[in-house]
Ligand binder design. Sequence first.
Ligand SMILES: [Zn+2]
Length: 403
Amino acid sequence: MSTSLLYHAFAIRGYDYVKTDYAEGAVTFTICQRPENWRCPACGGRRVIGRGQVQRRFRAVPIGRRPVSIALPVQRVGCLACGAVRQVDVAFADPRRSYTRAFERYALELSQHMTIKAVAAHLGISWDVIKDIQKRDLQRRFARPRLADLKQLAIDEIHLGKKQGYVTVVLDLASGAIVFVGQGKGADALEPFWKRLDRSGAVIDAVAIDMSPAYILAVETHLPWAVVVFDHFHVIKLCNEKLSQLRRDLYHQAAAEDQEVLQGTRWLLLKNPEDLDPARDELARLEKALHLNQPLATAYYLKEELRQFWNQADKAAATTFLESWIARAKASGVGVLRSLAKTLRRHEEGLLAYYDYPLSTGPLEGTNNKVRALQRQAYGFRDLEFFKLKLMALHEAKYALVG
Ligand SMILES: [Zn+2]
């Protein structure tokens, strides 16, 4: 072993090699620092005097499967310039860390391909140390995303589970990056984001949200010039909920033999017609239920038609389409359709805004699947901060998805 190998293989420079020990399959290099290299950690001054030593060990990159440690007596010094009495800085490790920076880089490289558990096992170190290394890396790269260039956003909530509740997520629609994760749902969750956005000086053109009053109010309050676009997935989802509600009501009113026909049609009603499975007779079953019940049929066909709202040639055509849809829904005499018509009328501007800014929260729905994958990995919720950072790193696939 030589001082030069210390530098080239372990990225340790400015220290002298002392000895090597082998114990229980592990290798320990003992090194030392010459007094002329002591510096005051507070002011950087050279006029320091020794005040004892602290023995420290650092994990270093392994040699093959052999764990390697660096043993170093770290000098405590008293500074003649500023009066500080402290341990000198360790050149190859971050403060308060028990591993070298080279070890940290190596663990991060492995993390791109392996789970935390696998990296920890491979390096013979605890799960928490690897998680801590990942977390600090994520913090450096994602905790404070640049907001100044943001133009178009999508805001939505993600349900994490009964215990964990919701997080509210802001997506940059240009880059696909999650730029903010707030705890809870509704307006409060977004407060820290508005402050940061305001400081960044970003000018937001348009925001895609669902029709929840809390988001509408929040966007109108904080981004009065931005165009609000109501996300079409959420509109269709609302429409489907109304349809399910209607089916449920009809079921309870129906005679026994009709109930049998209605039973099990819930999913068929919600399926897009092109997805109905002919092998399972789904179309026939659906048609039978619709035939039986005029209000259900009306609601079903109006729901199917509403999907065409987002396929119109231009805003004028879309306006005509929506007017006609609302008029027919109102005239249908079906309660749930009338209430939906009212809702769409009230949100007409934000629905038509799609033709100025064809935005949706769709990219966030895609993220939802990745979130499910993250959730399946157990670590997520022991450390919500870590989970949030993982969300913000999702668009840079890298190691974000590996546990
Ligand atoms: Zn000093």
